[in-house]
Design a protein around this ligand. Structure first.
Ligand code: C2E
Ligand code: MG
Ligand code: MG
Ligand code: MG
Length: 288
């Protein structure tokens, strides 16, 4: 009896595993050809100043639409790119495209670009970023690199070398998803940062969680004490915005303002802001 149970269990799980493995192999194969064809493109989410209520820049977010697999989110394909060593080619490609797109924006706008901890293990990364900036003519002073906490914990990575090199060139550094990993404050402070991005998990619970409110206020206080700017991620409603403004958060991103848009959608977004003020679709909040 026990034996037959065991067998049926095996039979039950095997197809599942096969599907998983097969999908993963498909994604990897399609990812290689997507990179070869340069079809993974950045979309752009506005970064809004909570002081002026105006767009001050955009964060590039990689988007991949595949003929047969459909939309594949970066949380799925970035880790696969990392495991297969495709991340350098992919990162460089998306960054080059973002720099070219960003040269069309108002000169005061910044471009934020995500770099994963795995990318930061490569000591040649800084040089490649700087040469792409030179080739595209995009100013390093308008670039902000977003790095997650785990990059600051890695012992044998090249993170510090790369970050120093980029800072030297005038690039700013933001700490992404702050509060979600296990870096100590002293590890973080051993790097020179320009900005802390407060993770969406805290922002989205501001309305109903006292803990989240206490944590967010503490992060804003620490950042202020060290002279760092702050971006709240995932701002979705008015109540969250009010709390963030009251506690001195300097910038915000989220669906309340706008989700990520295609490069071709940016002029319309700026035009709407110029004509009507609000960045929000429904005009509920008059951004200016
Ligand atoms: P991230 O850098 O923390 O980006 C923020 C994510 O939150 C994005 O998801 C964005 O679309 C989403 N988001 C923004 N506002 C809201 C909101 O109000 N509500 C909700 N629910 N979500 C919001 P996305 O585009 O799926 O990116 C996921 C992660 O993938 C990014 O997190 C980043 O770590 C990584 N990623 C994206 N593009 C790249 C890239 O070009 N290179 C690297 N290395 N990583 C990238
Ligand atoms: Mg980011
Ligand atoms: Mg983030
Ligand atoms: Mg993230």
């Amino acid at each position: 009896r026990a034996q037959s149970d065991g067998r049926s269990r095996v039979r039950f799980f095997e197809p599942d595993i096969d599907i998983h493995v097969e999908r993963r192999i498909n994604i990897e194969r399609e990812l290689r050809s997507a990179i070869a064809a340069d079809i993974i493109e950045p979309h752009y989410q506005p970064v809004v100043s909570l002081e002026s209520n105006r767009i001050v820049g955009f964060e590039a977010l990689a988007r991949w639409e595949n003929r047969t697999l459909g939309h594949i989110p970066p949380d799925v394909f970035i880790p696969i790119a990392e495991e297969t060593g495709l991340i350098n080619a992919l990162g460089d490609q998306v960054f080059r495209r973002a720099c070219l797109d960003a040269t069309a924006w108002p000169k005061t706008f910044s471009l934020a670009f995500n770099i994963s901890p795995v990318q930061l293990r490569d000591s040649a990364l800084g040089g490649r970023i700087i040469s792409i900036l030179e080739q595209t003519g995009f100013s390093p002073c308008r670039l902000e690199i977003e790095i997650t906490e785990s990059a600051f914990v890695e012992r044998n990575g090249a993170a510090k070398t790369v970050i120093d090199e980029l800072r030297q060139a005038g690039v700013r550094i933001a700490l992404d998803d702050f509060g979600t990993a296990y870096a100590t404050l002293s590890q973080l402070l051993s790097f020179r940062l320009d900005r802390i991005k407060i993770d969406r998990s805290f922002v989205s619970h501001l309305d109903e969680s006292t803990d989240s409110r206490v944590i967010v206020r503490a992060i804003l206080d620490i950042a202020k004490g060290f002279g760092l700017r702050t971006t709240a991620e995932g701002v979705e409603d008015e109540g969250q915005l009010v709390y963030l403004v009251a506690n001195g958060c300097t910038e915000g991103q989220g669906y309340l303002f706008s989700g990520p848009v295609q490069a071709t959608g940016i002029p319309a977004l700026l035009d709407r802001q110029a004509r009507r003020g609000p960045v929000t679709e429904d005009g509920a909040r008059n951004l200016h």
